[in-house]
Design a protein. Structure first.
Length: 209
């Protein structure tokens, strides 16, 4: 932390951010910077998309509490939300999974769950109604999430870049957002992130003990 502060004071960097930190790690880093009177982080770079929403349980609230902007990576879920992969069709061709269907967390058998296909169907429906690409819908959703300052794009071609950039001015309606939220709900257990935990938290905040 002192090293990063030294870089900032020397003009070697303007700002710095963190990547793949958990909520408690982020909070600890911010508090340590304040205790040292050092330059603190200004952004958190997590994986975030309609397929990966678990950061909303701790990391998003921690970032908002510290006034950090989120800079999500893989907002298209490794290409899944662009519509390039189909049910029951082993990936092929010049795509991430076409070159390696077992690639990391994006692997076809690992990510090809019922929830994933439900999310893809919901994105496809709105994209068809809007007359835009599925990628544009998925990017518009993540860009409008709380605390998100920008997103990291990973196009392989100029055409993909142009398609992704068209999402910059696209905003979803409340009904469209609600439909995507419902389809992509990670459905946490009752406690502490599910309905029971939320009820207890709200009661505690209201002074109910």
């Amino acid at each position: 932390m002192r090293t990063l502060d030294g870089f900032a004071r020397a003009g070697k960097i303007r700002y710095y951010g963190l990547s793949n930190f958990t909520g408690w790690q982020l909070t600890k880093a911010v508090r340590l910077a304040r205790a040292l009177n050092a330059a603190g982080p200004v952004t958190l770079q997590p994986q975030y998309s309609l397929l990966v929403r678990e950061i909303e349980w701790e990391m998003v609230p921690a970032a908002m509490d510290a006034s950090l902007g989120l800079l999500p990576w893989s907002p298209l879920g490794g290409g899944w939300l662009s519509g390039k992969y189909k049910r029951g069709q082993w990936p092929s061709g010049a795509t991430r999974l076409g070159e390696d269907p077992n690639r990391g967390m994006e692997a076809y058998d690992r990510r090809g769950t019922r929830r994933t296909w439900d999310v893809i169907d919901a994105v496809q429906k709105i994209a068809d109604e809007r007359g835009v690409s599925m990628a544009a819908i998925a990017l518009a959703w993540v860009s409008d999430r709380p605390a998100v300052a920008s997103t990291i794009l990973g196009p392989r071609t100029a055409q993909q870049l142009e398609t992704n950039l068209r999402a910059a001015d696209l905003h979803l309606s409340p009904a469209e957002t609600a439909a995507l939220n419902a389809a992509s709900d990670p459905q946490p257990a009752d406690y502490p992130y599910g309905a029971l935990g939320v009820q207890q938290r709200d009661r505690r905040l209201a002074g109910g003990g």
